[in-house]
Design a protein around this ligand. Sequence first.
Ligand SMILES: [Zn+2]
Length: 104
Amino acid sequence: MCDADRAVTASAEVLGTPTGRDCPVCGASAASGALRTTQWIHGSAIGEKSGTARSLSEIRHILASLSPGDDITVHVVEVCLHCRWNCLLREDRYENQTEDQLGD
Ligand SMILES: [Zn+2]
């Protein structure tokens, strides 16, 4: 998943947080804020919300609304708004426990 996707770049524009680093592909500067990270959530417990990009505060809210033991997977995707490069950085699984699991 390292190629342009309109939904990914559009979400990064709205919800993405600047990484503070230069783009490794096109070299867009950190100061431009082009290189951003977004969180995509997946899971059967969240129904239609699965497969959508969410802010950290939304993810905390969704987690808190899950039944105990239900979980979601958060895909952290790095996106460059300049060249549209995007890449899956990592996948994290969260259960409905405490809000403190998601650091900023
Ligand atoms: Zn780039």
